[in-house]
Design a binder for this molecule. Structure first.
Ligand code: PMV
Length: 328
């Protein structure tokens, strides 16, 4: 019996960057995000003797397969720790149908690995909580722990290096606050250094420790409060501060990672002018790529979408809040 799960990217508002344990993807600090309703990926899994991973729109390289293999091994270990020894079959047939361009800062891995974790929990018929499924998702991609949840997700960290010491949780569901994410993709070239490699070097930035302190001291809580209070101005201030702070860390780590392009800076400059002149509730945020995410409220959606579609040679996606990983 095969199982198919649909998942979508989540876009971080307080960014996850750096681990306290790279092997287990234990996040160095907490983070928050909004789960999108589109674009989506469908992951179908079935029992198999040996691992097979196929994707309709991405050539699976050896290192991609190795990542799935490692994720499955760690998932087995985690399930054993929960008392589900031998619950996973010998291996899996994993088939991916994705509408998300990979490696451009559109969080495709968060969708794929959250779908895989949710599908595994269905296939083995284990009675797992969403938080436990989020731990399995995190083993493949840290940010995937947040895509299990609809609406506004988060990751919290606990002391120690237990496999479940970074856990996803839900701040508010998809009916809480109908924000939009208008996504401007200036380039669909794949980035050269992916986030897995980048996380592993984050601590080489002289800025890293201050970044973690700021998140723990006030940023994470300010962001959660802004979401719960639906306070857009507060969300804008804290999300933009944290985004630029993460990129400062990336740019000062060794080797330096420059994910933002000239186009990114031009677009955010114009967004600032636009919101000042037209008093628009819109904020910008970027992940590990030049893609600009413009979060806005209902009242600003049309104007922000018109701005996005006026950008020459950019691909535009329009998304709103989504329901999280679910069976189809
Ligand atoms: O989950 P990963 O390993 O793809 O890391 C995601 C890192 C960022 O997208 C840059 C930030 C985040 O919190 O999603």
């Amino acid at each position: 019996m095969s199982v198919t799960v649909r998942s979508t990217p989540n876009i971080a508002l307080i960014k996850y960057w750096g681990n306290k344990n790279n092997e287990l993807r234990l996040c160095a600090a907490g983070s928050t995000s909004m789960t999108l309703n589109t674009p989506s990926v469908d992951v179908t899994i079935d029992h198999a003797e040996t691992l097979a991973v196929t994707s309709r729109n991405k050539e699976m390289k050896e290192r991609d397969i190795a990542r799935f293999e490692k994720t499955l091994q760690l998932t087995k270990n985690y399930l054993s720790s929960l008392g589900y020894d031998d619950a996973l079959p010998a291996s899996l047939n994993i088939s991916i149908e994705s509408g998300i361009p990979p490696s451009i800062g559109l969080a495709s891995s968060s969708a794929v690995f959250s779908a895989l974790a949710k599908a595994i929990s269905e296939l083995i018929d284990a009675d797992l909580t969403d938080e436990q499924i989020s731990v399995m998702a995190r083993l493949g991609s840290g940010s995937a722990a947040r895509s299990i949840f609809g609406g506004f997700g988060a990751i919290r960290t606990a002391d120690g290096e237990g496999i479940d010491s970074s856990v996803g949780w839900q701040i508010a569901d998809e009916h809480h606050w109908p924000l939009h994410d208008i996504i401007i993709v200036p380039s669909t070239d794949e980035k050269k250094i992916g986030s897995t490699e980048g996380h592993a070097k984050a601590q080489s930035s002289p800025h890293f420790a201050d970044r973690i302190k700021a998140i723990e001291k006030y940023r994470l809580q300010d962001c959660i409060d802004a979401i719960l209070q639906k306070d857009f101005e507060k969300l804008q201030a804290v999300a933009e501060e944290d985004c630029m702070d993460m990129h400062e860390c990336m740019q000062t780590q060794n080797p330096a990672l420059h994910y933002l392009s000239e186009e990114t800076f031009r677009i955010i400059g114009e967004v600032k002018e636009l919101r000042e002149s037209e008093h628009l509730p819109v904020l910008y945020t970027m992940d590990a790529g030049p893609t600009v995410h413009l979060f806005c409220t209902n009242e600003a959606r049309e104007r922000v979408a018109a701005f996005a579609h006026a950008q020459a040679s950019c691909t535009i996606f329009e998304a709103t809040v989504g329901p999280g990983s679910h069976i189809v």
